[in-house]
Design a protein around this ligand. Structure first.
Ligand SMILES: C[S@@+](CC[C@H](N)C(=O)[O-])C[C@H]1O[C@@H](n2cnc3c(N)ncnc32)[C@H](O)[C@@H]1O
Length: 258
């Protein structure tokens, strides 16, 4: 299986050539509810979900970024159905996260609030094995010394050393990240920060990161910039060529080598 490559094919074909327990982390956003017309895609969700479970390493993670379309005033609920199906095939639902888009340009229908988020379902295969939570939320009591000893109701004291409150604590699971601008004509790209922060949170250097629906190549780019390897699948020839161009130009501009 050739790695550090975007395969121009259906992800089911790419995964069919992967052994079991092969991928450390997958990050992807599927085409949902026929909201956008991608050139010639076929999307067999249930087969893809089963294959993603098979190829994920034990302890590995899948991040599935998805929203719902509203059809005739009724939200489809596909996101929830998919999340529950991933549980059915064996994944643990580790964290239901939200990507809040402060600059969302989806105004929603007249009788709904502006549509400004997508789910980021984080699944693990068994107990999650790599967790490097990002700590960038400022702490109010930063620098204060907290007395460690605690007195229980029965008068017994725990002997715990005093500690200094650190300047930052782990961030919330709602991530506010502006929507990226269209890159090379792809209509639905991930912001680079979204891909990068998941890569940093759920994988280590040298790991293998997969995006089964690679689009413009954001996950590949951020994997390389963070010293990980990648594999991608993208069914559209046009998007695949553009994504490959993006990776080639990254390699030319940086000292990175495949
Ligand atoms: C929402 S976009 C992904 C965008 C990507 N996250 C980015 O940053 O550019 C979904 C992509 O999945 C591709 N796609 C749809 N079905 C596919 C399949 N069965 N196998 C591989 N790619 C597929 C579409 O062509 C589209 O580019």
């Amino acid at each position: 299986m050739e790695i550090n490559k975007i395969h121009n094919e259906d992800c089911l074909k790419t995964m069919a050539s992967m052994p079991d327990n092969f991928i450390d982390l997958s990050i992807t956003s599927p085409p949902y509810d026929n909201l956008r017309d991608y050139n010639g895609y076929t999307f067999e969700f249930e087969k893809i979900a089963k294959e993603l479970f098979r190829v994920t390493k034990k302890g590995g993670v899948l991040v599935w970024v998805v929203g719902d379309a509203t059809i005739k005033g009724n939200e489809t609920g596909s996101s929830f159905k998919q999340a529950l199906y991933f549980k059915e095939v064996g994944f643990n639902l580790h964290d239901t996260m939200v990507w809040h888009k402060p600059n969302s340009f989806n105004f929603g229908s007249n009788d709904c609030y502006r549509q400004s988020f997508e789910y980021m379902f984080v699944f693990s295969k068994g107990r999650i094995s790599k967790v490097n939570l990002i700590k960038d939320l400022p702490t109010k009591l930063a620098g204060k010394i907290v007395k460690g000893a605690r007195k229980h109701a029965n008068g017994v004291r725990d002997v715990v050393p005093d500690f200094v409150v650190s300047s930052h604590k782990k961030r919330n699971n709602v991530w506010e990240i502006p929507v990226g601008t269209s890159n090379n004509g792809h209509p639905a790209i991930f912001p680079e920060k979204l891909a990068e922060d998941h890569i940093l949170s759920w994988s280590n250097k040298g790991d293998l990161i997969y995006d089964p629906m690679m689009g413009s190549g954001t996950v590949a780019k951020m994997a390389l910039l963070n010293n990980r390897n990648f594999i991608g699948s993208e069914i559209s020839k046009e998007y695949c060529e553009e994504a490959n161009k993006r990776i080639r130009s990254l390699l030319q501009q940086s000292r990175l080598k495949l």
